[in-house]
Design a protein around this ligand. Structure first.
Ligand SMILES: C[S@@+](CC[C@H](N)C(=O)[O-])C[C@H]1O[C@@H](n2cnc3c(N)ncnc32)[C@H](O)[C@@H]1O
Length: 94
């Protein structure tokens, strides 16, 4: 997915917030993560302004972090566009 720089910042905040669950809550409760607009899980900056140019979108970010969680962390990922949904499934397999 082509992204603007503000999306990179959004994912920085999301990653920092989710890491609170990993490090602070540390598996004391189970977690359900719902992403209603998941997209394909991979972001690419649409201008060469900053690095990195490619990073994990919200869906991949949450799924990767869920693997490290010490309790149940279920990710529900919803995507309307079938092509984008297939890309998300392929990116999750990687
Ligand atoms: C801006 S992208 C989402 C970005 C992603 N949440 C992230 O932060 O990495 C928006 C996505 O929502 C999808 N979408 C739009 N309307 C939708 C709907 N009604 N239900 C599910 N997905 C939808 C689009 O196909 C697109 O892939």
């Amino acid at each position: 997915m082509k992204c603007k720089y503000h999306t990179r910042i959004k994912h920085k905040f999301l990653g920092d917030y989710l890491s609170i669950w990993l490090k602070g809550v540390s598996g004391k409760v189970s977690l359900d993560y719902v992403d209603l607009f998941a997209s394909d899980g991979v972001c690419e900056l649409d201008a060469e302004l900053e690095t990195p140019l490619i990073w994990d979108g919200s869906a991949l970010l949450a799924v990767k972090m869920s693997k490290e969680y010490k309790n149940s962390w279920t990710c529900y990922l919803n995507e309307l566009d079938p092509t984008t949904c297939n890309e998300l499934q392929n990116n999750l397999k990687k």
